[in-house]
Design a protein around this ligand. Sequence first.
Ligand code: 1WB
Ligand code: MN
Length: 341
Amino acid sequence: MTGQFRKIAVEEAFSIPEIAKELQKVARSPSDSLDMPLVQGIYDGDPGYGRLGFLDGLLDLEERRLPDMDKNGVDMHLMLLTAPGVQMFDADTATELATVANDRIAELISRHPTRFAALASFAPQSPKRAVREMERSIRELKLNGFVVNSHTHGEYLDDQKYWPILEAAEALDRCIYIHPRAPAEGPQMFSHYGMDSAMWSYGMEVGSHAVKMMASGVFDRFPKLKICIGHMGEAVHFWLWRLSFMNKRSQGTGRAPKTQLTMDEYFRRNFVITTSGVEDPLALEYSIKKLGADSVLWAIDYPYQPTAPAVAFMDNAPISDADKAKIYGKNAERIFHIKAA
Ligand code: 1WB
Ligand code: MN
C-alpha cells in the first residue's frame, strides 16, 4: 500500500490483440449499430477516436499502466475487457475469445498479484457455455467477478434465456459489472453531436438496462444477485423516487409484473455503484447519502480518463476518512473478493 488509503480502481479497461483484430473486421463490415463510430475509431484508425490513442493504452497491460499507477499511488487495477467485449461476435467466436481474454488476464495477475485483479468475460450469446466459463474463471482462474458490456444483439439480462447466467453469478457469489456500450435502440436520437458516445448514450443504455432488470422482477428470483454499475450509478439512484412511484402505477395497470420490492428497495439491495469517470463532489455526496458509503466504489476508467484527476477528486472529497477508506478500497475488497492488503 502506498498511501493512507488502499486505492483499488475497479473499472479499468484492457483488450487483447486477438479481440482487437476481430473488432477491426466488425469495423469494416456494414452495420447500422450505434457502436460503429467507436469500433471504427478505436480498432480501424478513424481519427475521431484513433487520435486519442486508446488502443495502445488498452493493449498495454504493464509497461505504461504500472508506472501510471505508481506515479499516482494507485495500488490495484480491477481489469475488465473493454466494451463491446465479445458481444458483437457470433457465439462461437465470442465464447472462444472470452476464454482467451480470461486466461491472458489471469496470467497477468499471477505475475503481479498485488497490482491486478480482474472481472471475467463470457459470451452471453451462448448461455450454457457462458456458465461453464463463469465457473472456470472463478474456481480455476480465481478471477473476481464478471463483466457484461450491456446488451447482446439487442437483448438484456432480464431475458429468461440469460437467467442461467444470473443464477451462476448468484451461486458463485460474484458481482456482475454492467459496463456501457452504445444502445441497441433509439439510434436516431443518439446519432448527433457525439451523443452516441460516453458523453450521453452509454449512461442511458446501462441505466435503462438496470431499470429493465428491476422492473422485470428478476431480483425476486435471484435475491442475492449483485450488480455493479459505473459512472456514478449512471444517475439511476437520482431517479429512485420516481421509478418506484411510476413502477407501482405500471404494476397497477398491468403493464409491469408485480414485484416483492419497490425499485428503490431493489437498487439498495442488489446494486453497488462506482465513481468511474464522474469527478463531481456533489454527485459523490448525494450517492453516499442516498445509498450509504458501503455501496460506492472508486474507479478511474483507465485509459479513457486520466488517473491524476481521479485520485485528486477522491483525495479532496469532503467526506470522512472512514468513508474514503471504504470507497477507495475496502468496498472493492468485499464486493470483488480481493484479499485485504
Ligand atoms: C470511452 C469511454 C470509450 C468508455 C469507451 O469505449 C469506453 C470514451 C469502449 O471516453 O470515449 C468508458 O468505459 O467509459
Ligand atoms: Mn469504462
